[in-house]
Design a protein around this ligand. Structure first.
Ligand SMILES: [Zn+2]
Length: 319
């Protein structure tokens, strides 16, 4: 299994240089998924319709779909920047997504020392955040509740955890990562709950900042001028992704939780953090079923436990 994995990883990395690039869009280039699988000696399977492909390299599996930027990597949803191109039975993956998303998530990374973690309960004070319709719970109360639960769980595992706020007070966005930076934290985790116009929206998602020059997931391949600037947190691109993947895997394993994936967004709180940083949306307060679950303390305890497990699995590294 180890040999096979090494072969697979070598293949992943070599392919970045070995194959002619076929430009299918003005801003990026693509690589044929069949060549990728052959080079890695991994099995490639297409769906009957030919619009979905699965690369099976033993322990690792990548799934993708024509015209979609959503990949399933190791069982967890992760958005790339570019939709899969090509045609049925012959799919192509954007080179940038392969280098920035697939390779980092399948490559080993060393164990990370987690001495101190900064937890940021979203909103507070005059900024209430979203609200549940029937029970009239405010997002600022729920994020603080989950943050305090997570703090206790991390402390039980011997990790010092500090909060950007411990009471119902307003803290400007730019002051929040400053707490993590000042205290030399090894990680910054922002906790939020989601809201949408549709009562059917549900599930959890984990955000990291996009690479310099790349667009947010909501806009996919259409970067704006603001996307060109480098932010402090871009120093941690790869570790952000590994952390987000570990956390999203745990969140989406919660009972009745829909996996909305690892996404990218230019949030001020993330951009200014000088350590690996994620923003988790722990479910929709506007969702009919989900808002009921969010109102239960045992569900919020389960969310905190999933966050703690994700953080610790990132800390353990990957061989
Ligand atoms: Zn929020």
């Amino acid at each position: 299994m180890v040999w096979r994995r090494q072969k697979f990883l070598q293949g992943l990395i070599c392919l970045a240089f070995a194959f002619p690039q076929t430009p299918l869009a003005a801003e990026t280039s693509y690589v044929d998924i069949g060549q990728l699988a052959a080079r890695c000696e991994a099995k490639l399977k297409y769906s009957d319709e030919g619009d979905c492909a699965k690369i099976d390299a033993g322990k690792f599996e990548i799934q993708c779909r024509l015209n979609s930027a959503l990949y399933k990597i190791g069982g967890t949803n992760v958005y790339g920047q570019w939709p899969v191109a090509g045609q049925r039975g012959s799919l192509r993956i954007a080179r940038e997504d392969w280098e920035r998303v697939i390779v980092p998530l399948l490559s080993p990374f060393p164990a990370q020392q987690l001495r101190r973690i900064c937890i940021d309960p979203g909103h507070g004070g005059k900024d209430c955040g979203a609200r549940t319709q029937r029970t009239n719970l405010e997002e600022k109360q729920l994020t603080l509740d989950v943050a305090k639960r997570l703090q206790k769980l991390l402390q039980k595992r011997g990790i010092d955890a500090i909060l950007t706020r411990t009471s119902d007070c307003y803290i400007p966005l730019e002051n929040r990562p400053a707490v993590a930076n000042r205290s030399k934290c090894d990680m910054f985790v922002c906790i939020h709950f989601n809201a949408a116009d549709s009562p059917n929206a549900e599930g959890m998602e984990t955000y990291i900042v996009p690479h310099q020059g790349a667009a947010s997931t909501a806009r996919l391949q259409s970067p704006s001028t603001g996307d060109k600037k480098f932010c402090i947190n871009n120093r941690h691109n790869e570790r952000n992704l590994c952390l987000a993947h570990c956390i999203q895997r745990e969140l989406s394993s919660l009972k009745s939780s829909k996996d909305r994936g690892v996404k990218r967004g230019r949030f001020t709180v993330l951009e200014n953090a000088n350590c690996p940083a994620v923003l988790v949306e722990c479910g929709f307060m506007t969702g009919l079923q989900e808002s009921r679950r969010i109102g239960n303390w045992d569900h919020r305890q389960a969310i905190a436990a999933a966050l703690c497990d994700g953080i610790c699995s990132y800390g353990a590294g990957r061989k």
